[in-house]
Design a protein. Structure first.
Length: 136
């Protein structure tokens, strides 16, 4: 009985770890970019708040964390025609990290995250960001 209890508590602990940061909205985004993924690739932030983004590039090429405007998504590829639909972006060189801030959109909903480096969106470098109504 005691053994079973500790197995359960380990499982519960793992559950907490795996959900940590990914559950409720956070005013921080910690993202690692590789060739060609965002880790994690799902984010949740409060509307209208100042968000601190810590972006690390563990890949071999330049990556960008691009947040699209509300309701706007990329077609088959990311191109110059998408520039005007960008809400915010940060570009990180390979092996580098950057910490920057931006003000979250005020409109709740699901927003698209893409990498703007040529060919990366098509390679599957995409994520999603949920804007959650701020309770403050
Ligand atoms: Cu990329």
């Amino acid at each position: 009985m005691k053994a079973r209890l500790s197995v359960l508590s380990v499982l519960f602990g793992l559950l907490l770890v795996s959900c940590g940061g990914g559950s409720g909205p956070s005013d921080k985004i910690n993202v690692t970019m590789t060739d060609f993924h965002f880790t994690p690739d799902v984010f949740s932030i409060p509307a209208g708040q100042t968000i601190t983004v810590n972006a690390r590039n563990d890949g071999a090429v330049v990556h960008e964390f691009v947040l699209m405007k509300s309701g706007l998504t990329i077609g088959e590829a990311f191109g110059p025609e998408d520039d005007e639909n960008i809400y915010w972006e940060v570009e990180v060189d390979p092996g580098q990290s950057k910490t920057e801030t931006f003000t979250a959109p005020t409109e709740p909903g699901d927003y698209q995250i893409v990498c703007g480096t040529e060919g990366h969106f098509a390679a599957g470098m995409v994520g999603s960001l949920k804007i959650v109504e701020s309770k403050k």
